[in-house]
Each structure stands twice: as C-alpha cells, then as structure tokens.
Design a protein around this ligand. Structure first.
Ligand code: PEP
Length: 258
C-alpha cells in the first residue's frame, strides 16, 4: 500500500448470522480490532435487521456501521426497500452499492446502481461502488472494458466534489466466495486502470485520493501480499469477516502495508 491513502477494510456479512451471533461477532471484532481503528477505516456491514444492535455494539470504538444496500427513493410504496434516511437514523455511515450478488443474483443493472449511489451521496453517506468482471468476461479478454464500463455507469452525474465520499471495490465475480483469489499483480493492474479512468473523468488529485479495495476470497494468509501492492488500499471481505481472528489478521495486514 504505502500511500497517503488511509487503508479501508470492510466486513460484508451478507445474509449470515442471527441476532445473537451478530452481537457476538461485533463484540469479538471490536475486542480484536479497536486498537487498529485509528490507523484504518474498518466498516462492518451486518444484515439490515441487525444494524441497530450492531451499531450499539460498535459504539464509540471508531468503526463505521455499514449497510449492504440502499434504495434510491426517499419513502413511499416500495415494499421491502430501505431508504437513506432510515439508514441515517441508525447511524449508518457507509453503504455498498452494486455488489456482484446484487448485480448477478438479484438482477440489478447499472442504471439502478447509479440511482442508489447518487441518492446515498446526496444523503451524505459514504459509498463503496462494487465492480468486477465474470469469469467468461475475463476469459474473453474483456476485464478492463467491463470494469471501466461499470465504473463510468455507476458514477454517472457524480460531481467532482462528491468523489471524497466514494470508494471503489474491485471484486472479480469469479473470486467472490470461491477461494480463487486474483493474483496481487492482476488485481493491481485493474486498480491502475480504475485509477486512470478516474483521472480521465475527473482529475489526477481525485484519482490519487480515491481508495480502491480489492475483494474476492481475501483471507488471513493472502491479505498481506495483496495489500503490499501500492494500488490496493484495503479489502472488502466476505467469508473471512465472519471470524474475528481472521478479520483481525486482515486488518493488521492492511495497517502493516501502509
Ligand atoms: C464479498 O462479499 O464482497 C466478498 C469478497 O466475499 P468473499 O471474501 O467471501 O470472497
């Protein structure tokens, strides 16, 4: 890492835990990682029903309470959806948009993702825009085109002054939850393309300040090598974030690499 960008590690719990185990996991992560929170942004993304109780556990320990998704309308007849105001009520600071499971399992398209991202920014939330290619796209030599296209579509009509609220998570779909991690060099190459695209769309300062996380089977063993790449500013962690010891090792790797 070794840049002026502050490392950023997120734990995406997806549709895992129950009420008791969510509280226990949050407690364990606070105990394991709070001494690292002054050197790394650490976000936890529990399932929606547990946001409030996990938020209470995080208390004033310097962690960011995160939501796995958000809807772009402020209120009304949108059964099952959750608005930015509802998240703000619960002290949520950061939201994921465009996670590959939302794109590929729940069928979200770039237009919806962009609407969610802009609504979250307008509400003052931080946003992590997730992008990434499928295995077929990678094998067809389409990796850069797909990532740049998702990036541009996701950031459509985002003003330069809003970019301070945005981070990107590069998450190759074939690496998520599969145990197949991208090589640090391959991940860094895509991060470089993302940063260059931001420089082209905005300016060099915005690109240099932008934090780009890698996500996809990051674990306690491979994190240090990934984060040693200057382009990789931390990780978005799924499976390994459900284990406080593994998550702590990943946060330590992010802090150590900086
Ligand atoms: C994710 O959920 O964003 C993710 C990267 O999952 P995993 O770490 O399990 O591959």
């Amino acid at each position: 890492m070794a840049t002026t960008r502050r490392p950023f590690v997120g734990g995406n719990w997806k549709m895992n835990t129950d009420l008791a185990s969510a509280v226990e996991l949050a407690d364990d992560i606070v105990a394991a990682c709070s001494h690292l929170a002054d050197r790394c942004d650490i976000a936890l993304y529990p399932p929606f029903p547990y946001l409030q109780v996990v938020g209470r556990t995080l208390g004033h320990h310097g962690f960011l309470l995160g939501a796995q998704d958000v809807y772009y309308q402020s209120n009304g007849a949108y059964t099952g959806e959750v608005s930015t105001d509802m998240l703000l009520d619960l002290n949520v600071k950061v939201v994921l948009v465009g996670h590959s499971e939302r794109r590929h399992v729940l069928g979200e398209n770039d237009e919806l993702i962009n609407a969610k991202l802009r609504a979250a920014l307008e509400a003052g939330l931080q946003v992590v825009l997730c992008i990434g290619e499928t295995l077929e796209q990678r094998e067809a030599g389409d990796t850069n085109r797909v990532n740049v296209s998702q990036l541009m579509a996701g950031l459509r009509n985002v003003a330069p002054e809003q970019m301070g609220q945005v981070a990107i998570a590069y998450e190759p779909v074939w690496a998520i939850g599969t145990g197949q991690v991208a090589s640090p060099q391959d991940a860094a190459a895509v991060h470089r393309i993302i940063r260059q695209s931001i420089a082209d769309l905005y300016d060099d300062g915005t690109a240099e300040a932008l934090r780009i996380q890698y996500g996809g089977s990051v674990n306690a063993t491979n994190a240090a090598e990934l984060f040693s790449e200057a382009q990789i500013d931390g990780g978005l962690i799924g499976g390994a974030s459900l284990d406080s010891a593994k998550f702590k090792a990943i946060v330590e790797a992010a802090v150590g690499a900086n």
